[in-house]
Design a binder for this molecule. Sequence first.
Ligand SMILES: [Ca+2]
Length: 125
Amino acid sequence: MRSRLMALTGVSAVVLAVGTIQAPAVSASPGDDCRGGWFCAWEHYNYQGSYVTTNHSLSYVGDRFNDKATSYWNRTTWYVTLYPDAGYRGGCMMNSIAPGAASPLLPAHLNDKMSSYTITPGALC
Ligand SMILES: [Ca+2]
């Protein structure tokens, strides 16, 4: 199904059924497929590929997205903290992500590791 969707859209913006399902969209910038007020993490560099998005903490990103996050955009007004293990375990991967912050590429030692994240009013790390 994924390859079929990619063939139809010509891009790899296939949303995983974690927090919500959104129609695949052609993406030239993160804003095109990351809704305001939500956190988004993509499997590839520069906000490409499948992504997970919610407006609340997520104790497990799901089997299809586990250990795949490579880029992110925090469009919430809260702080997002990434964890290498499910259930918000394994310690903070990095400092909590400030509201509005984005990265097209996580550092190599953090790449493809995220399994859960919290969205909280203040920074946890
Ligand atoms: Ca992990």
